[in-house]
Design a protein around this ligand. Sequence first.
Ligand code: T46
Length: 138
Amino acid sequence: MVDYSLLNFQVAGDHTGNLIALEKGKHFPFEIKRVYYIWGTAANAVRGKHAHRKLEQAIICTSGSCDFILDNGKEKVTVHLNSPTQGLYIKHNIWREFTNFSPDCVVMVLASEHYDESDYIRDYDVFLQELENSSSSK
Ligand code: T46
């Protein structure tokens, strides 16, 4: 099974509209060191195409929708994100691609580490090799 979970956020706000507050130490199983967001992506673009060696992330589609394809080297699962009330939590060693963007899609990501290109595995064969090395060293 591909290791991921969906975090459900409590909605506050009032009759005029909604609000979700996300706090350090309360809503995520990691300390948030970085926030970034992605928007204006062409519908059929495929982003991601990499895994991370260490990074954990919570991915929230704050507007619109898109699909995340998660791959642990053996199995794949597609997670459709279409609500600001849910966060897709993924740890390291998961190959991710995301696509099928609605025109209004905004993806906000909360990350456990600062940006570090050396944490990326951008070659799928290297990803498979590193997975094998880590399982044979256990
Ligand atoms: C993931 C999805 C949801 C930075 O300079 N700082 C940053 O914090 C990030 C994330 C990227 N960049 C630069 C590096 C590249 O030149 O922005 C460019 C595109 O980055 P990347 O290839 O990481 O973008 P995505 O949208 O393919 O993937 C990102 C995350 O890397 C990834 O972990 O899950 O968003």
